[in-house]
Design a protein around this ligand. Sequence first.
Ligand SMILES: Nc1ncnc2c1ncn2[C@@H]1O[C@H](COP(=O)(O)OP(=O)(O)OP(=O)(O)O)[C@@H](O)[C@H]1O
Length: 458
Amino acid sequence: MSKNNKHTLLIIEDDRGLQSQLRWHFEDYETVFAENRQDAIAALRLHESPVVIQDLGLPPDQDGVDEGFKCIQDILRMSPTTKIIVMTGKTDHDNAIRAVAMGAYDYYEKPVDPQTLDLIVQRAFNIFELEEENRRLARLQQTPLEGLVTNDPQMLKICRMLEKISPTNVTCTLLGESGTGKEVMARAIHHLSPRRNKRFVAINCAAVPENLIESELFGYEKGAFTGAGKQTLGKVETAHEGTLFLDEIGDMPLNLQSKLLRFLQERVIERVGGREEIPVDVRVICATNKNLQEMVDEGSFREDLYYRICEMTVEIPPLRTRQGDKVLLARHFMLKFAKEHDQKIKGFTPDAVQSIECYGWPGNIREMENKIKRAVIMADGKHITRDDLGLITDGEDLSLNLRQVRQEAERHAILRAVAMTDNNISAAAKLLGITRPTFYDLIKKHDIPLGSNTVPNL
Ligand SMILES: Nc1ncnc2c1ncn2[C@@H]1O[C@H](COP(=O)(O)OP(=O)(O)OP(=O)(O)O)[C@@H](O)[C@H]1O
């Protein structure tokens, strides 16, 4: 982009006549001209133009193609992402194909047909931008914690925090809505800790029936209750020297909360039906989507246990408040599932991206994972569409993106100017403060009919 926010377009052409024709034609771009290979490289270095239009017949070999091919090679060596559009004569089809085989983006045959050329140049800029975005996203996916994809500043701060917590034995509690990645983070803490070679044992306190949770946690002796045929270790003992993850700790029944507290304080357990105190060395990480403080206030969670497990609390933000993470994660899951299901999906259509951004994701990352998996399977083409995702978004009309809003405003202004000047092109262009060619381009872009019976559709 140039200082005046226009795309920079480098044109390598030694024919002065054609130069001024192209300069006039591409007035919406910041055009930069070079007449030979050396100047072209210098201009590219200076302006970093994403798109280049290049004549194949460059001096000192205007009638041949050698210098033109060398120029393509030099440009791509210096800047492999540049999109080169080669200009050739009508009879030069073979050389045009050779140029594309060498890495040029596209070609067109002289004489210049403005509409075709416009289309090729616009597409080249679009592709360049999409590729840039892909490269940016790929860079962002590097995150300090294993299994976590994020570029949200608050999440990155949390990653730093977890890195600091990991080597210690401090009991920490991860607070956050369902599906925000609490278990992923607990595993990340384990992997960063000196216990990484021992077991990570998870128990979901909400999923185990109340009467079984004690034996599930602490194990039982043979004959402790009907059906206890043999001595069985509980999750705590299984995690010895490793990490114990107590998921949904807010759902732990009150009577068991005191037993858990005793274990956390004394680091010994008693199996159900046993009398022996067994010392266990585990690092405990808890997680919940409940408001523990409120539960303490209303008496459904023990205050002493609350203080014991909340030596360190980490609040995991919901997906809807994470900056830039929705599209980043969607892309991550798209690539993952496309690979898993051997689908040739390349990306999302713009309206799919918009619905990903607008949707509230109440089920957070788990919901996104499931929705993208389904969309990858359902997609017909190479891009996942809004319909493939099937997200129901409320405020979509409000979320019109800036480009759309600008387009609408532009169309509106043109129609008013046409109506106010009674179809007088020069007067309408003047009213809008633009040149006649730009005005014509806009009329074409918005498909606005001109004529005495034009009724502006405001
Ligand atoms: N930042 C992330 N990057 C990549 N995948 C993630 C991320 N966060 C979560 N996931 C994935 O989302 C799914 C849900 O994550 P996880 O089970 O850790 O959430 P949770 O908060 O523990 O959920 P619950 O509260 O329901 O137990 C998992 O498949 C996990 O791999």
